[in-house]
Design a protein around this ligand. Structure first.
Ligand code: SF4
Length: 382
């Protein structure tokens, strides 16, 4: 496998006239990288097909996502190589973070020309995704439009792939997609994917203005940064027509205790209905169950929906032996996710009476359901 840079990758795409787009593992979103490649190839006079058997294609564009699906990617690459000699261009998250995981057993087949493109491409990012290809319904997510108006992030959180993939001039940073307005498709529900737009100053205000003018439900999927929301920004955000839970924020670390709650209260004081806000709550990282429970219950008390998000290492090579944080057990982690996502923090039939995760986990039916042993429950006290 040969690593190539952006001009080399674009050179392959420009030369190709008949490109097969392959998404080996279907995810919730359409494969945005492939959708942008489709636009780029067609602009250059080529044609594309998505997830069909390989025939006379002169290039295969292959997308990867989570590293823990690398076995699936290797098998799919081997299957493609068994049917065609066409060059294969591999991109996406796994290709960027852990290209070595994609190397197959070379002795079993000739890998031929395989190119790895790591990172994001500012040129492709300016291509409006081609929504006309048969991406599938994806539980309703296949019918939405997806927009990055900016790429990258000013932060470098240890658990996040964004600053490692979406680099600006090789370093940490954030850049604006110049033609982002063209990416808003008026007849589709809009999902904004910016990673940290509250740090983008005037650009933030421009994006909110456009979102407000759409007058249709918006999902701001990757959320706003609780440290960087000003009262002026809260005023602007309150003008958007939010989808249910459409405004996302995060309470991922205890160091943001207080800041997070104040920001959520400010958003609500400026007119954003509490049920329009959802907060990611990272767990299974360096936190203890008690600390994760605290962050989750703070969301509950504020009236917003928590979404417990289990930490998985960026380089997790497969789905076996998924990482367990040092203060967690696998069983406890599964029970915690169920507790948060299924709304088990509420006393059944009530809105304002809550049970803690500790109380929930100690119920005999829950112990049985999640096979919780005494050693799991002992961790709740630490
Ligand atoms: S602020 Fe969000 S996007 Fe930025 S590095 Fe942290 S988790 Fe990633």
């Amino acid at each position: 496998m040969k690593k190539i840079n952006e001009p080399e990758m674009l050179g392959l795409l420009t030369k190709a006239k008949n490109v097969l787009l392959v998404e080996p593992c279907e995810s919730r979103y359409i494969p945005l990288g492939l959708a942008k490649i489709a636009t780029f190839v067609q602009k250059n006079g080529g044609r594309v097909e998505f997830n069909v058997p390989c025939k006379d294609h002169d290039l295969v564009a292959f997308s990867t996502l989570f590293t823990y699906d690398s076995e699936v990617y290797r098998d799919a690459l081997a299957a493609i190589r068994a049917t065609t000699d066409a060059p294969i261009l591999i991109g996406g998250v796994c290709a960027s973070l852990a290209p070595k995981l994609l190397e197959g057993q070379v002795s079993m087949f000739d890998p031929g020309e395989q190119y790895i493109f790591g990172g994001s491409s500012p040129v492709l990012d300016q291509c409006v995704p081609d929504y006309s290809l048969p991406w599938g319904d994806r539980d309703g997510w296949g019918n939405k439009s997806y927009t990055f108006t900016s790429r990258g992030c000013v932060n470098r959180c240890a658990y996040c792939a964004v600053p490692r993939i979406e680099k600006v001039n090789g370093g940490v940073g954030l850049w604006t997609v110049p033609n982002w307005r063209e990416h808003i498709v008026p007849d589709r529900p809009c999902v904004l994917l910016d990673n940290n737009i509250t740090t983008t100053g005037d650009h933030f205000a421009e994006v909110v203005e456009v979102m407000t003018s759409l007058k249709k439900p918006i999902i701001w999927e990757n959320g706003i940064d609780c440290k960087h929301v000003s009262p002026e920004q809260a005023t602007l955000l309150a003008q958007i027509k939010w989808a249910g839970n459409g405004l996302r924020i995060a309470f991922d670390r205890i160091s943001e205790d207080g800041i997070f709650q104040n920001t959520v209260k400010m958003l609500m004081e400026h007119g954003i209905y509490h049920r329009k806000i959802m907060s990611y709550v990272l767990y299974n990282f360096t936190d203890t169950p008690a600390e994760a429970e605290y962050r989750l219950m703070e969301c509950v008390k504020l009236g917003i929906q928590p979404y417990p998000q289990r930490y998985v290492p960026l380089m997790q090579p497969n789905r076996n032996n998924i990482y367990v944080g040092k203060h967690w057990t696998k069983r406890l982690g599964i029970a915690f996710q169920h507790f948060g996502i299924m709304g088990k923090f509420r006393v059944k039939g009530t809105w304002k009476k809550f049970v803690t995760f500790s109380e929930f986990a100690q119920r005999s039916d829950i112990r049985l359901k999640f096979k919780l042993a005494d050693e799991d429950l002992a961790l709740l006290k630490s």
